[in-house]
Design a protein around this ligand. Sequence first.
Ligand code: SAM
Length: 285
Amino acid sequence: MSGHRKKIMDRIYAELFPEFEFKKFKGIEVVGDIAILKIPRELEPYRFRIGEEVLKHMPSIKTVLRQLSPTSGSHRVRGFEWLAGERKTVTFHKEHGCTFKVDLSKVYFSPRLFFERLRIAQLTKPGEVIVNMFAGVGCFSIIIAKLKPVSKVYSIDINPDAYKLMVENTKLNRVEGIVIPILGDSKSIAEEALIGSADRVLMPLPELACSYLPSAILCLKDSRGWIHYYDFVKASSNEDPVKKLSEKVSKLLDTLTPHWSIENSKVVRTIASRTYQVVLDIHIS
Ligand SMILES: C[S@@+](CC[C@H](N)C(=O)[O-])C[C@H]1O[C@@H](n2cnc3c(N)ncnc32)[C@H](O)[C@@H]1O
């Protein structure tokens, strides 16, 4: 959440609920012109009023939604309730010079991956062929194609709505012919059509990363290249989440390929108390 938005939300809550404890405030996320709020349970009866105040204080916001449930199911979609403004879930979100059409009720989208998408784009090299195994509406793939002269980004998603939006976003950002949207299960597509094709494979779906790693390795050209592996890790206060994941994936890699190294690793974001999203940049040589 930007500092500016946090200040506005603090002011709204302070004015509406002077007795409210701020540490319970759960935040605001902005996708295009839609604001998404997490409303603490004790303030539920006032949620529409809070929505109206957000509209009043943030002129760029046209719709306020409340998040009802976290991402779930194979399409990783969240549940929402309308609170204020236009009754819509479709918006256009801008990031790194690209525009993404998103329907929050049908597809996954998180503005919190802003820095990670840029980091991956910056790592790519001219002429590379990339496979994005979990492409969503195309964010990682389109940012890469816009920022770097890559050859192809095969971009797979199993959600037909994400696929349709990815096709639209590819046109909107003029990267047709470079970003190639593919509808289906990435394991089957990798093993049927993309074996030995890629210099780099992206795996931005923590829930399937472990079981789909063998297919990602099969995609690499001459059995060498880069894999960006994302996973969720629960770590207690005396555990290092990055070390914990590195140890788990190292054991798996030893069973799959002889020459590999984890060249870089870090926490991408905190998901919940002591639960982290971690990325490993794996080099297979
Ligand atoms: C966490 S989202 C990542 C989306 C995208 N990378 C982004 O940054 O916005 C994971 C995506 O994987 C897709 N997915 C789930 N299972 C899949 C599978 N077996 N094959 C291909 N895509 C899958 C979901 O539909 C979802 O869009």
